[in-house]
Design a protein around this ligand. Structure first.
Ligand SMILES: Cc1cc2nc3c(=O)[nH]c(=O)nc-3n(C[C@H](O)[C@H](O)[C@H](O)COP(=O)(O)OP(=O)(O)OC[C@H]3O[C@@H](n4cnc5c(N)ncnc54)[C@H](O)[C@@H]3O)c2cc1C
Length: 503
């Protein structure tokens, strides 16, 4: 290969990371991003003095001892970032007046749940035992000192030998199936609300383990500053981001990707093309549905995606000193249930960002209500622009009315309501059906954790993929890891030694 140019489509976290690792390894990279901001889904926006955060609840790898922390250092995301660690993951206020608190600390969680649901003692102990077992699980990364890597490998080997079957069983059990072990309805519902019910329970157990280890903190300032930090690191390494460069097609000559065409007709050439953009658009639009084999096509026909969201950002002109800080918020029953968007909602999940005062003016609080919603409902509604906007207005009113039930008088303190639908997510990031995290890691595809998805396509040289659509489960760590995996592949093809020094 004589020309080392790599053109990356998409300036989300995966695209930025691909650029950074590419520059670190001697490639001449540029990123074409259709918007004017870095970060993709990892973003936030301002409304009348409030910041509505569109992403981060917890960042796995926030603890300096973890292997993932090293990767955050490599991509320049973590330097100088301050984290807060809430002691509660989620508060579930049940219809019978009890509150299930999913504490991060396993002793506290166990005692609380045993007092709340003594009839489920055995299942509760199994749950906390499983989390304890997974605590400290931290795959080795090649950036770590050899001794630490060997110690981690030994622990992994021990875990696989002694609990391999159990790990596989958790991997192939959904949260919904797992929750049936609990007879207490409040506890069962709380678990179902903790993550998407179809998600593999292994991921939920890992989430609890990371929280218990203090390795999944919330970064003060929220999402966009992290993307900006990666943008800076990339620029410092000589990378170039072309904003407002919307790619329409990937050019292929003689079975090799040789560049792209933008929607404004401009052509850019490179000796390699990487798509860190939406997976479906990449395969079916930018490449016109060619170069698909069964392995590539199957997920798009069979795997479920993270349900798109109705995402209501709120600026509230008051504080919430009486409400505990949480990682993921609290939920309460709506009485009576009310229609919000495309569904009758029985509960309202609210995430107060009062742990991050930088997101709101003094004496005020930024908050988010996040509800799963059907893409098709909003797509059909959008055929009539007025009806679409009217429905968004009704969503805002319904959410405020729901909040009023829990916080009487709050209607008069609402200073900002910002409703994003699945179409908003699609328009801003291009993600298929407005999905917010790509493929759900389900019992059906859990094996991809062991055998990652392919990053190349059959019959197409010089083309590669990274990002959440080739890493089931999604999330920021997956985005960075897939970019790193990709640049290692480029290095391997070119007979280079992969390097990833920290800044
Ligand atoms: C509400 C919410 C909460 C979340 N919470 C967390 C959390 O707490 N922790 C966590 O780790 N993760 C979380 N995530 C998930 C995380 O944000 C994503 O998994 C991750 O950001 C995906 O990164 P990506 O780079 O793969 O994709 P994206 O962010 O989708 O980036 C793709 C980029 O490509 C660009 N693009 C698309 N098409 C084109 C084109 N044709 N031409 C040019 N550019 C194009 C887009 O504009 C975008 O910038 C959350 C996400 C959401 C929405």
């Amino acid at each position: 290969m004589t020309d080392e140019s790599v053109l990356i489509i998409g300036g989300g976290v995966a695209g930025l990371a691909a650029g950074i690792y590419g520059q670190l390894n001697g490639y001449r990279t540029c990123i074409c991003e259709m918007h004017s901001l870095p970060g993709g889904l990892c973003t936030s926006w301002k409304r009348h003095g409030y910041t509505i955060d569109g992403c981060i609840h917890w960042l796995v790898g926030s603890a300096p001892h973890s292997g993932m922390h090293r990767l955050w250092q490599e991509v320049g995301l973590i330097e100088g970032r301050e984290f807060v660690y809430a002691d509660t993951y989620l508060r579930h206020e049940a219809a019978d007046g009890r509150t299930v608190v999913l504490y991060a600390d396993m002793e506290r969680l166990e005692q609380h749940l045993l007092a709340l649901a003594p009839g489920d003692a055995a299942a509760i102990r199994r749950l906390t035992r499983a989390v304890r077992r997974l605590r400290g699980f931290d795959p080795p990364t090649d950036g770590e000192p050899l001794a630490r890597r060997l110690a981690k490998l030994a622990r992994l080997g021990w875990l696989a030998t002694t609990h391999g079957r159990q790990l596989r069983r958790w991997g192939t059990t959904s949260i919904a199936e797992y929750a049936t072990q609990f007879s207490d309805p409040a506890l069962r519902e709380a678990l179902l609300e903790a993550w998407v019910p179809e998600f593999s329970v292994l991921f939920l157990l890992f989430t609890f383990a990371w929280l218990a280890d203090g390795n999944a903190g919330y970064p003060l300032g929220g999402s966009l500053p992290m993307a900006r930090a990666m943008e800076r690191r990339y620029a410092d390494l000589g990378g170039v981001i072309h904003y407002r460069h919307h790619v329409r097609r990937i050019h292929v000559e003689g079975g090799r990707a040789v560049g792209v065409e933008l929607v404004d007709g401009r052509q850019l050439r490179a000796s390699r093309v990487v798509s860190a953009a939406d997976g479906h658009a990449t395969l079916f639009d930018l490449l016109g549905g060619e170069y698909l084999d069964d392995e590539t096509r199957q997920p798009y026909e069979q795997w479920p995606v993270f349900a798109p969201l109705l995402y209501v950002g709120l600026g509230l002109g008051r504080t919430f000193a009486e409400e505990p800080h949480t990682v993921s918020g609290f939920t309460f029953p709506l009485s009576p249930p009310r229609r919000i968007g495309d569904a009758i909602r029985h509960r309202l999940p609210v995430h107060l960002y009062h742990h991050d005062p930088s997101l709101a003016p003094p004496g005020a609080t930024s908050a988010v209500v996040m509800l799963p919603s059907q893409y098709g409902y909003w797509r059909d509604l959008a055929a009539d622009r007025e009806a679409y906007e009217r429905e968004k207005g009704e969503v805002a009113q319904a959410v405020i009315a729901g909040l009023e039930q829990r916080f009487p008088g709050i209607s008069g303190q609402v200073e900002v309501v910002d409703v994003a639908t699945p179409l908003t997510f699609e328009r801003y990031t291009g993600n298929w059906q407005g999905s917010f995290e790509g493929w759900l890691l389900t019992p059906q595809n859990a094996y991809t954790v062991m055998r990652p998805m392919r990053q190349t396509l059959p019959g197409l040289a010089g083309f590669y993929r990274c990002g959440q659509w080739v890493e089931p489960g999604g999330g920021l760590p997956a985005a960075v890891m897939s970019a790193r995996r990709l640049v290692r592949l480029l290095c391997r093809e070119d007979g280079r030694r992969f390097q990833a020094p920290i800044a």
